[in-house]
Ligand binder design. Structure first.
Ligand code: AGP
Length: 604
């Protein structure tokens, strides 16, 4: 969690730092800060709350920073210590005139703190990060060379970190290093920039160096030198990024979330038309006899749906599990397992650990991710990029459907590898081709959904139900609503309703049911809705059924195009995303940056 940035060049760094932090706001937004060297003096500015508070402060203090072309910045998602000015980064040390920003978590900070106090460190904050500042400061007193001090200090750290450090004694360089947290260095023209993620640097340059774990870089305005953990200089490739600035703008939409919802048909179209799965998954070992799908949050919901599909068209048993559970139990992964890790960001700590463990057990691994440059990819035998483009809204939408379609295409590929190119698989393929147009049909006519959402916005608790593949959709619909509107929402397989949750039902609980008429459980689901109606619950259907009798049963019907049950999650998710969006928007919530959340959860 958190985003870090560093800039050195000919220009005043303040605008570059705040622009970069703006682009990293999805990583955290409870406090922010910068450190600069202005006229040979180290200065630190921090504010609690949204980045705008820091920008306002910097505007007030503009006169103090007229000559600063080197600086580092941070946007925080609090782990150790509440979000306040003291705990905000950058952190400093009484050992040396240095300032640091940190993304990650230091696990042995308590032991280090005790030791550093005996050496004279004076702690001000409750953060784990301050330990790093003092540790580097102390090492600097020993070596008088900041890069060596950083290498020596980071060897003592347990946990994850990406760090940028500046030193008043040397206003011509930034030191950057990382382990288990992302950090890239952008090479500009007489200016260089460091960031946690591409959006932070892309307006300066598209030439980047990806720092690997335990590497340390000295960045001056003209040069970037990278060293290994033994302090030996190493050669690094410069990669050219192919990302357009437009991807990072709202394009006239009120929120990134709405923009990203509307991008889905084209993303799906491109993935269906690509040959990406066949190109990437070649020579899959033939010994695979079980599949584990491991992910968190929205990605987990995509995996829950994939279990239904893979088991339907192949003979391979599939287990889908939350990464945070998988990593702390004796699971049955072995050399005959295919472990599929799904992560939009590729930086989710639990999912990364799960995939590392799977590799240790000699399983074959596939990573489905939106970020081929992310940390999880090193644990993948095969990488399937979902090519959804950078997703800025904290609530995932387009990455979810891109993961889902990739999982469908992978299922088809697995079935074909099993020589099971049977009628079911062929039908599935042809049904997938219909998805983008059907998504567009819904997206071209959202008024009804918006009106229903506004009427529902007064309720405090929701229940989502479905059967079959759409159980995952119900879970995702409930998650979206919770995340961005802070309304309580729970999802159940409809058959579970009568085993307890029905006790909750009365006129204060809307029940959102996803009903696909060509499915074997359709009538059972209707009965469940009737049982709910008898308890006065407000009933909302998301359905492709034209059955007129439904109008007597349901208070509101959201009609979706006719669709086969097996691919319907790719369609039912659209009204669910829109319901959550319109409710949150109507309630005036911060849709793109919901409270307490951050886009990539890099802590366990
Ligand atoms: C989605 O809306 C959430 N913000 C969250 O559940 C997310 O899907 C989860 O943290 C997993 O992230 P990942 O896909 O980047 O691993």
């Amino acid at each position: 969690m958190c985003g870090i940035i560093g800039y050195i060049g000919n220009n005043n760094c303040i605008l570059h730092l705040t622009n970069g932090l703006k682009r990293l706001e999805y990583r955290g937004y409870d406090s922010a800060g910068i450190a600069i060297i202005n006229n040979k003096e180290l200065k630190v500015y921090k504010e609690k709350g949204k980045l705008q508070n820091l920008i306002n402060l910097l505007n007030e203090k503009r006169n103090e920073m007229s000559n600063s072309n080197i600086g580092i910045g941070h946007i925080r998602w609090a782990t150790h210590g509440i979000p306040n000015e003291i705990n905000a980064h950058p952190h400093t040390t009484n050992f040396a005139p240095i300032a640091i920003v940190h993304n990650g978590i230091i696990e042995n900070y308590k032991e280090l703190k005790e030791d550093l106090i005996t050496k004279g460190a004076i702690f001000k904050s409750e953060t784990d990060t301050e330990v790093i500042a003092h540790l580097i400061g102390y090492e600097y007193t020993q070596t008088k060379d900041l890069k060596t001090a950083v290498i020596n200090a980071t060897k003592q750290l347990k946990g994850a970190y990406a760090l940028c450090i500046i030193n008043e004694n040397n206003p011509n360089e930034i030191i950057a290093t990382k382990r288990f947290a992302p950090l890239i260095i952008g090479k500009g023209n007489n200016e260089n920039i460091i960031g946690s993620d591409i959006p932070a640097i892309i307006n300066i340059t598209n030439k980047v160096i990806y720092l690997d774990d335990n590497e340390t870089a000295i960045i001056t305005k003209e040069d970037i030198k990278v060293y290994d953990s033994n302090n030996n200089i190493i050669n690094k490739n410069i990669a050219i990024l192919n990302i357009k600035e437009d991807n990072l703008n709202k394009d006239g939409y009120k929120h990134f979330m709405l923009k990203e919802i509307n991008e889905q048909p084209n993303i799906i179209r491109n993935l269906i038309n690509s040959n990406i799965v066949k190109e990437r998954i070649k020579n899959l070992p033939t010994n695979i006899n079980n599949i584990k799908i491991i992910a968190c949050g929205t990605s987990l919901h995509a995996g829950i749906i994939a279990k239904y599909i893979i088991e339907d068209i192949t003979s391979i048993p599939v287990e889908t599990e939350s990464a945070s559970e998988y990593i702390y139990r004796k699971n049955t992964t072995n050399k005959n397992s295919l472990v599929i890790g799904i992560s939009q960001s590729g930086e989710t700590a639990d999912t990364i650990t799960a995939l590392r463990q799977a590799k240790e057990k000699n399983a074959t691994t596939i990573i489905i991710t939106n970020r081929e440059d992310s940390s999880i990819c090193k644990y993948g035998d095969y990488i399937l990029p979902i090519n959804a483009g950078i997703e800025i809204s904290v609530a995932a939408t387009k990455s979810y459907t891109a993961q889902l379609i990739t999982l469908y295409l992978l299922s088809i590929h697995l079935s074909e590898l099993e020589n099971k190119n049977d009628i079911k698989t062929k039908e599935l393929k042809s049904h997938l081709n219909e998805i983008p147009n059907k998504m567009e049909q819904i997206l071209n006519n959202t008024n009804i959904i918006e009106n229903i959402a506004i009427k529902l916005s007064a309720y405090k608790d929701f229940i989502f139900i479905s059967r079959g593949t759409n159980i995952g959709s119900s879970m995702e619909g409930a998650l979206k609503l919770k995340e961005i509107s802070y309304i309580n929402a729970t999802a159940y397989p409809a058959g579970e309703l009568k085993h307890g949750p029905i006790a909750l039902l009365d006129e204060n609980i809307p029940l959102i049911a996803i009903l696909i008429p060509n499915h074997i459980t359709y009538d059972k689901l209707i009965s469940n809705c009737q049982e709910a109606k008898a308890r006065k619950a407000k009933l909302i259907a998301i359905t492709s059924s034209n059955d007129e009798t439904l109008t007597n049963l349901f208070d509101y019907i959201i009609q979706i195009p006719e669709i086969s049950e097996n691919v319907s999650p790719l369609i039912t998710c659209i009204p669910l995303q829109l319901i959550a969006y319109y409710i949150a928007n109507f309630l005036g919530k911060d849709v793109d940056q919901p409270r307490n959340l951050a886009k990539s959860v890099t802590v366990e």
